[in-house]
Design a protein around this ligand. Structure first.
Ligand code: NAD
Ligand code: MG
Length: 384
């Protein structure tokens, strides 16, 4: 029986994880759950799954939750408690599914304490890079990708990396794949969050619409699989059936296919190296629309190019890219800036923020804070 801690339990990945766990009560125990401030949703999860610990990042939310959960559930609050459940002696597997840089500290805590880290929170890898990889190496933690593309590549590489030429991450292209540039100025948060294939949280939905999600994934793949940026390509695949490709020097190409349902990747991260049922339906290619593959339009979607630039620059640049993106996406969702301003904000922030090497978690956090401040100041003048 494995004890599971889910960081970000109320989100899209968190709920899908609970769905997979509940199909295998003989193998997994829901040990700890966490959320930001939605204590009503957390209360329902506590009643249903009876975790030993429920952590709310927000202190008021923790106070509200404490009054309404069964006595068996201990309610904790704050980032320190998130780190505590991530590194708890009795925790075996940690689902890192907090959105954004807010997941950095707890993902590090899990990676530093020898857990199996099921990594959905790609931002922590973009921020922490090799520090996170090394923390896992030192502690003996397993880093298993949950992002569908990286799970696909991880699955295709089970035979080893020898003879690998390059990888290709597939991207759905998001809701604006065919929207002309001129119309992108006016698209709304609602349109941007209306993803054609995946049902996800709002931040990653906007990232998919700008293609920054794929940019973050290029950086994620660089660190996870230790590949040069030139070996990581992106191909648009609107049907989201092929979850990525691995090209080998003998001309062979391996890929993993499946319906666009995150439970496959979540289930594999749990059951690796074996497999188990996940609730995902069988794929029937005879019933699917023809599969298409197109080159990304780097002019219309400048965020993808910015991610490659930040990766080439190295050091603190990927962290700055991520911080600026989080600030810009938040401003877009709050209707303070337009859709195309997201890319411009990131571009300007990257140009202004000095690049440094990041050798400690403290320096990663400092760079994140500085970049957020600079991104805010880039946005402010446009608000005047
Ligand atoms: P979501 O917005 O649906 O859920 C986010 C979760 O994080 C919630 O439980 C929320 O309470 C928690 N959270 C938010 N801010 C927090 C804070 N400051 N402190 C502590 N907890 C906080 O997001 P999601 O779609 O589930 O995505 C989660 C992560 O997984 C992201 O990094 C995303 O890029 C990645 N991911 C998601 C999908 C998907 O299909 N949803 C696919 C691949 C990767
Ligand atoms: Mg993905």
């Amino acid at each position: 029986m494995k004890n599971i801690a889910i960081l970000g339990a109320t989100g899209s990945i968190g709920i899908n994880t609970l769905d997979v766990l509940s199909r295998h009560p003989d193998k997994y125990n829901v040990f700890a759950l966490s959320a930001n401030n939605n204590w009503e949703k957390m209360q329902k999860l506590c009643v249903k799954y009876m975790p030993e610990f429920a952590v709310m990042a927000n202190a008021d939310a923790a106070e509200s939750l404490r009054k309404v959960v069964p006595d068996e559930v201990t309610v904790l609050q704050g980032e320190g408690s998130l780190n505590d459940i991530a590194s708890h002696q009795r925790t075996d597997f940690v689902m890192a599914a907090i959105v954004g840089g807010a997941g950095l500290s707890s993902t590090f805590a899990a990676a530093s304490s020898g857990k199996r880290v099921m990594l959905a929170n790609k931002e922590s890898l973009v921020l922490g890079g090799n520090l996170l990889i090394n923390a896992a190496k030192i502690s003996g933690a397993e880093l298993i990708p949950v992002d569908s593309e990286h799970s696909a590549i991880f699955q295709c590489l089970q035979g080893g990396k020898e003879g690998l030429n390059k990888i290709q991450l597939t991207a759905s292209g998001g809701p604006f794949l065919k929207t002309p540039s001129a119309e992108l100025y006016n698209v709304t948060p609602k349109q941007a969050c209306n993803h054609p294939k995946w049902k996800m949280g709002r931040k990653i939905s906007v990232d998919s619409a700008t293609l920054m999600n794929k940019g973050l994934e290029v950086i994620e793949a660089h660190f996870l699989f230790q590949l040069l940026p030139s070996k990581i390509e992106v191909v648009i695949h609107p049907q989201s059936i092929v979850h990525s490709f691995v090209y080998f020097e003998d001309g062979s190409v391996l890929s993993q296919l499946g319906l666009p349902d995150m439970r496959s990747a979540i289930s594999y991260a749990l059951s690796f190296p074996s497999r188990q049922t996940s609730g995902v339906e069988d794929l029937d290619l005879t019933k699917q629309a023809p599969l298409e593959f197109l080159s990304p339009d780097m002019d219309r979607f400048k965020c993808l190019g910015l991610a490659y630039e930040a990766l080439e620059k190295g050091g603190s640049a990927p962290g700055t890219l991520n911080a600026a993106n989080e600030i810009a996406v938040e401003a877009f969702l709050n209707k303070k800036i337009g859709f195309l301003d997201i890319g411009t904000t990131i571009e300007k922030t990257l140009a202004i923020t000095p690049t440094s090497s990041l050798d400690t978690l403290v320096s990663v956090v400092e760079n994140d804070l500085l970049s957020r401040q600079i991104a805010q100041s880039v946005i402010e003048p446009s608000l005047l």
